[in-house]
Write a protein that binds this ligand. Structure first.
Ligand code: NAD
Length: 471
């Protein structure tokens, strides 16, 4: 195994700790923790004049709800332990945010940067064919999505391969989510995880008494933030927090190193700079402060690790100065580091809550695909006309006119992206309130992560009990 700390074991430890605050029978906890199906695949792909044997996985952690759901990761860190841990986190994540799926995850052990687009396409299509062969993919079976190293392009290849092999299946477009909008994807999915991180953070900092405890004022505007990893999740978290929340991004880290600017970094401009120069180092106004881990130690209100697992360990936990850590990546804080940070009073928003925006909007995409129509298509014009009639009546009764601009704003029906974002916002707020309520009702529960696991465990246990599997 590539990680000397077993990621899966650390998820199990968290679950065991949370289980001790519930009265769920031990046998049921063991069933909830276990990975139900593990597929390990090796297949050859032609690379240049030779063949390479590719190592890949798909893990379905829990079948208490179907289909199972979870992203596909392309990274050199991929091994069975990592995919099992990520699949398990998906089960707890889906339960926490009331997305009716079991957890799953896939991974291919490659560095995608080393392959051409054609080679990546071959690898992705062959992987999908293996999943089809083993019945590990399908709208009612197991539905992949993007994760580290993959995006809409890979999802489009997966869909096309699936449809070629399962020709005529009426719901086939729901076999994968995170697809390009033009390929039956949904508006708002690309930025959903980062947007969800923002909504979760904004809700967390909105409680005065909670903020007082960690020496912060209430409200998101003006908070300082440091982000590790400018990929899908990190860049969208930073962009949306800056644009919609008035957050000041003072530090950013990428593979090539960390930069700092006390006056704030314009994320949009930095992304354009990196695209042009291939690095964040040298961005005007910023200081190069060290390697990829250095930014994690900056003094800030909110730290957002959004790259990979095991970034904050016993080695650097003592030097972390952030007041809040939002685990946008999965597993960025090891269990030992978590203990050190909690002793220091750091508020940690756990991965399976704070990055749940992706799977939430994937759920909306799956619903859209199964219903074969775009959200808002039926009601948009109806709402517009109904609001218009209401406004006409108000104008008639009051004798006061409204401007054309106001009329446009007041009578507009919701379009797809607005409906998606509103569903996402509601999901992130509701889940945080559930966790916070659990903490308040059970003061013996030590932290937010444990309280969130308690919420998930109770819901999954409830499913098993109502199935009649456990008394
Ligand atoms: P991504 O591939 O789009 O981006 C990851 C970024 O991290 C890349 O830009 C990469 O260069 C950078 N990076 C790699 N090593 C680094 C290091 N040591 N220091 C700083 N930066 C580094 O991946 P993503 O989809 O944004 O996923 C990031 C994390 O978020 C993963 O843990 C993933 O499991 C989790 N996540 C992703 C989604 C999603 O919808 N994509 C949903 C939930 C959770």
């Amino acid at each position: 195994m590539s990680n000397h700390i077993s990621f899966f074991k650390s998820v199990e430890d968290y679950v065991d700790k949370a289980a001790s605050f519930t009265d769920i029978p031990r046998g049921l906890i063991e069933q909830i923790k276990a990975c139900n199906l593990v597929l390990q695949i090796r297949f050859p792909v032609q690379i240049g004049n030779d063949y390479e044997v590719i190592e890949a996985y798909r893990v379905q952690h829990s079948h208490h709800r179907l289909p199972t759901k979870g992203g596909i990761r392309y990274a050199e860190s991929v091994d069975q332990d990592e995919v099992m841990a990520l699949a398990a986190l998906m089960s707890y994540k889906c339960a926490l945010v009331d997305v009716p799926f079991g957890g799953a995850k896939g991974g291919i052990r490659i560095n995608p940067g080393k392959y051409t687009v054609d080679q990546l396409q071959n690898i992705t299509r062959r992987y999908t064919a293996e999943l089809v062969k083993k019945n590990f993919i399908g709208p009612g079976i197991d539905v992949p999505a993007p994760d580290y190293g993959t995006g809409p392009r890979e999802m489009a290849w997966i869909l096309d391969t699936y449809q070629a092999l399962r020709h005529g299946e009426v719901d086939s477009i729901a076999c994968v989510t995170g697809k390009p909008v033009t390929q039956n994807g949904i508006r708002g999915r690309a930025e959903a995880t980062g947007r969800g991180v923002f909504y979760g953070l904004r809700e967390c900092v909105s409680y005065e008494e909670d903020m007082q405890k960690i020496g912060l004022t209430k409200g998101i505007a003006g908070k300082t933030m440091v982000v590790q990893g400018l990929g899908n999740v990190g860049s969208n978290t930073a962009l949306i927090s800056q644009k919609e929340g008035g957050v000041k991004i003072i530090g950013i880290s990428e593979r090539e190193g960390s930069i700092f600017d006390a006056n704030g970094i314009d994320v949009e401009q930095l992304l354009a700079f990196r695209k042009e120069h291939g690095t964040i180092i040298g961005y005007p106004g910023s200081t190069h402060i060290g390697g990829p881990l250095t930014a994690l130690e900056l003094e800030c209100d909110i730290l957002v690790p959004a790259a990979l697992e095991n970034q904050i360990t016993t080695e650097n936990a003592d030097r972390i100065k952030a007041k809040i850590i939002a685990e946008a990546a999965n597993g960025p804080v090891t269990a030992d580091a978590d203990t050190i940070l909690r002793k220091k009073g750091v508020l940690i928003l756990p991965d399976f809550y704070i990055n749940a925006g992706g799977v939430t909007v994937s759920y909306f995409e799956w619903l859209k695909n199964l219903s074969h129509h775009r959200f808002g298509r039926l009601e948009n014009r109806f709402q517009h006309n109904a609001f218009g009639r209401l406004l006409d009546k108000v104008v008639e009764l009051t004798g006061r006119e409204v401007s054309e601009r106001d009329r446009e704003i007041l009578t507009r029906g919701g379009n797809e992206v607005e409906l998606v974002n509103s569903g996402l916002e509601d999901t992130m707020i509701t889940a945080y309130q559930q966790v916070r309520e659990t903490l308040k009702m059970h003061p013996e529960i030590p932290d937010i992560r444990t309280a969130a696991f308690v919420c998930s465990l109770k819901k999954i246990a409830g499913d098993y009990i109502s199935m009649g599997i456990f008394p």
